[in-house]
Design a protein. Sequence first.
Lengths: 170, 278
Amino acid sequence: MNFKWIGAIMVIVGCGGFGFSLAAAHRREEATLQQLIFALDYMECELQYRLTPLPDLCRAAAGEQRGCVRDVLLCLSRELDAQISPDAERCMQAALSSVEDIPKHTRGALADMGKTLGRFDLSGQLKGLEQVRASCRAELESLRSNREPQLRSYQTLGLCAGAALTILLV
Amino acid sequence: MKCAWKDLLSILPAWMRLPVDKVGRESCQEVRLRLGIPPEIVMYGKHVWLDRQVTRDDLNQCINSASRYSPWNSTTAGQGYLTASGGHRIGICGEGIIKNGILTGFREVRSLCIRVARDYPGIAGELSGKMQSVLIIGAPGWGKTTLLRDLIRGLSNLDQHIAVVDERGELFPSGPAFSPGKCSDVLCGCSKREGIEVLLRTMGPDWIAVDEITAGEDCEALLKAAYCGVKLAATAHAGSLDDFKKRPVYRPLVESGLFHHVMVLRQDKSWTLERMGK
């Protein structure tokens, strides 16, 4: 009898935990996208005012951030300084592959950013960054719309699924 | 001899660094890369060809490394060259983009000529603080910039305030490789005409130095500075003093008697001091 209860609790906690982790991932995605938008704002201002070279620009932008966005920008600046890749896009790919645990949408936005880096003159570069920022904003907007009900439903569904599974198994 | 050798190696594709390093900083004069052809290393009186073909990625990497992956920072690429860290100049050739009759960039780069920048302290010889304006002439690759660099350093160490317009960043590139002396002020990345005006207004120089006067507006700016009581040190392309005098663009400099003396370089990089005359 005791084993049944322990098993039931473990199933409910497991499924509930999965729901909670989905909610946490959602929050994390939001936070990292927000950080990336801040980094892009910073890069745009710095470029317009000082025409900072890309490796220094990434290092400076990383200094203003934290978490995985910071790690990627630091890695990217190191890749650019190493001068091994023929273009900045490949440097960004190398940086993204060396930093784990980047939320999906943020990874996509960073990869898009890599495609625009170091390819155009100043106005082209600024337009490229602006485009990435616009797509980040749209993504952030969609994550934020119905945020609370969505997070609650992840958590509730997790718990309910655990409960339903327990009933079926017991 | 001083040379920012590591900077040179770092702009080359990774597979080329070791063979070029083996040639060594003493003998390597140029590295020439042409699309689909093995790289050519030019040494004094000798050529070496590596055994692998240059790809488009190799050319892109050189250009991106030299500009630090920042095209907005390398506006001179539109004029057909880039100056890499360490003062090494990269000449660019390929399919140009022409706007309003002016070369503004390259659609496709097909060859690069990387010239190794060197510094030979002491080649300008004994200098005097009472020295008058001086012009250095010589053909490409004969060492005009190297001689001017040492001249600037020498004058600077004689407590002469010497302001330098280093338009291409070749005279005194950032970094510790080439020292400009204790009384030099270097203005980088600015056109000669604009730079001379800024330095006259702001730095109170005894001397103004510029590298490679090529246009009429450079000559006008030099004359203007000379009439303000500043002495000048400059370089110009010419095989000999006669060639220099024949070029119409330099006529105002000859006729004004601005430069009393000319340091005339020879191919073996030695030089002689000659009177300008008219």
